[in-house]
Design a protein. Structure first.
Lengths: 292, 49, 210
């Protein structure tokens, strides 16, 4: 069946899947007639990847959701707790979270496995579009929640409310399916978010991880730490032959042997496996962690 | 090699700072705030509206 | 091959243990959280209760007939409120659960004030419950709640979310409104999500008609 040497990416899928199940392991939320969501103390902790706290199974809080919630309060407070958590994770491993501990990342990858012809976005469009997620972070996650208030002093979590397909998929859809009482509340906002979700999921079939590339504010945040994280990718310049096998296999269009800790690298480790001379490795504070 | 070491020290420093920031936030009730919003969920905030 | 089956086994056991712990810890832990929050509030209530024991013995005979929902809490000024007192005064009481962090909850409050004036003519009332202000000691959030109430022009009573109240009116999503008759029984379905005064009034009229 599955041979780890032939399918080295299987271990990563197993980690992604396990973490996805663990962090959304509140089975009662999925049982009809039970509580709609988990209400216990674990939800004071943020998970490191994108994972809406409204998922019936969610045991933790989404860091991007928590960040907006802290910023859009009537009386603004500096978000020490959430920001401290995000920086800690970022400085330890940067976008490694994206590649290994984000359920929505896994979902996108699984959708991409559907056998269809794949779209190659021309570099002229791809490069500038990658900056869109920083705009999403600055405006929809930070700026507007921080600055906008209604006449009655209420703020809004703009990204969560109007865009986030992760929340719609993990939270909105299952909640609406499992809880009849919520359906009367649905209006134009839900319809809009369903449209965003469908477009996102459809694009995932033809493009590898388009949300991660172009929209994810969490990926954008972690990307800021890529070059200075404690765990990162190292190229053994002496061993590297410049064959370009790593760049060919990279789904994020990174060229690892030229720019090993690019902002776009989700540290999935595919390039490590593909390198014929094992020139690429994960290293932690100077010491090699994983090599092949 | 030395440059790498000094980079690691900076990253460690940032980590320590961030951990303290996180703990400070938790001690001033921000973690409870996260919990509250995650168990009494604002409908429209998650797009159910 | 061995490594793969071993990791799969590990994964399965982790999932199982998490699911089991996840399943059992909901009610008890959220109870702990709210209990811890209302601890100080209960102590304040006990002080208020001791002065009411004389009245209590008289009303306990009448209270034996009350079979509806029971809870204890105070309004935002610290005045004790009991379920029976509250519900028996009106044909229908609408319990509206809201939070200071909830935009749509705040957005519908001006409408709820209008509604409360219309309802007064029908011998009905609205009562608000601020779900994220534990009690009088939660000064900063209480201040925020008072500001919101002032800004939205709300004049109807608002209550603290003490444990027994939240047990009777669970709100995993806000705003949620429950409708309670004069016997203290929940009638109709809870209205989840913000809506306008007309929508609520239509719901209430339907319930009154039964």
């Amino acid at each position: 069946m599955a041979d780890l040497k032939k399918h080295p990416g299987l271990f990563r899928k197993a980690v992604q899947g396990t973490w996805g199940l663990l962090s959304n392991g509140y089975i009662k939320g999925f049982l009809p007639g039970g509580p709609a969501i988990y209400e216990g103390p674990l939800k004071r902790f943020c998970v490191p990847g994108m994972n809406c706290y409204s998922c019936p199974g969610a045991l933790g809080a989404c860091p991007i959701g928590a960040l907006q919630a802290a910023l859009n309060e009537r009386h603004r407070k500096f978000p020490f707790y959430v920001l401290g958590f995000l920086i800690s994770v970022g400085i330890v491993c940067g976008r490694f979270i994206c590649g290994w501990l984000c359920l929505f990342g896994l979902i996108q990858e699984l959708l991409y496995k559907i056998p269809t012809p794949k779209l190659k976005i021309p570099e002229k469009a791809d490069r500038p579009l990658r900056y869109l997620k920083y705009l999403v972070l600055l405006v929809l996650v930070i700026g507007l929640p921080l600055l906008y208030r209604t006449d009655y002093g209420a703020g809004e979590p703009f990204f969560c409310k109007y865009i986030c397909p992760v929340g719609t998929l993990q939270g909105g859809v299952p909640l609406v399916l499992l809880n009849e009482s919520l359906r009367s509340a649905l209006g134009w906002l839900f319809r809009w978010k369903m449209l965003v979700l469908v477009l996102c999921l459809a694009s995932c079939i033809f493009i590898y991880r388009p949300f991660c590339k172009y929209l994810c504010p969490l990926g954008a945040f972690y990307a800021l730490f890529q070059k200075i994280s404690l765990v990162k990718i190292r190229v053994n310049k002496d061993a590297c032959t410049g064959c370009g096998a790593c760049a060919k296999v990279c789904g994020m269009n990174v060229d690892p042997h030229r720019i090993p800790n690019a902002a776009e690298c989700i540290r999935c480790g595919e390039c490590l496996h593909q390198c014929p001379v094992e020139a690429l490795s994960f290293e932690g504070a100077g010491r090699v962690i994983k090599n092949e | 090699m030395e440059k790498k070491k000094s980079n690691s020290w900076l990253s460690l420093l940032i980590l320590v700072g961030a951990v303290f920031m996180c703990l400070y936030g938790a001690l001033t009730g921000q973690a409870d705030s996260v919990l509250m919003k995650a168990i009494r969920i604002c409908m429209e905030c998650i797009g159910l509206g | 091959m061995k490594k793969l089956s071993l990791s799969l086994l590990l994964i399965l056991s982790l999932i199982l243990s998490m699911a089991i712990t996840g399943c059992s810890s909901n009610g008890e832990d959220s109870a702990e959280t709210s209990a811890a929050q209302s601890q100080a509030s209960t102590e304040a209530a006990e002080a208020a209760e001791s002065s009411e024991t004389a009245e209590a013995s008289e009303t306990s005979q009448a209270a034996a007939a009350y079979l509806g929902i029971s809870f204890e809490t105070t309004d935002l000024d610290g005045n004790a409120v009991t379920a029976e007192e509250l519900f028996s005064q009106h044909k229908l009481t609408m319990i509206n659960l809201w939070g200071t962090y909830c935009g749509p909850c705040i957005g519908e409050m001006p409408d709820l004030e209008i509604l409360s004036q219309r309802l007064a003519e029908k011998d009905c009332a609205i009562v608000g419950v601020v779900v994220d202000v534990a009690g009088l000691e939660d000064t900063s959030r209480l201040e925020t709640a008072r500001e919101i109430i002032a800004d939205t022009g709300v004049t109807y009573m608002n209550l603290f979310p003490w444990y027994t109240l939240m047990e009777a009116f669970p709100a995993q999503f806000i705003p949620t409104s429950y409708f309670v008759n004069s016997e203290g029984q929940i009638v109709g379905e809870a209205a989840i999500g913000a809506r306008g005064a007309d929508d609520y009034e239509a719901l209430i009229d339907e319930l009154l008609g039964d």
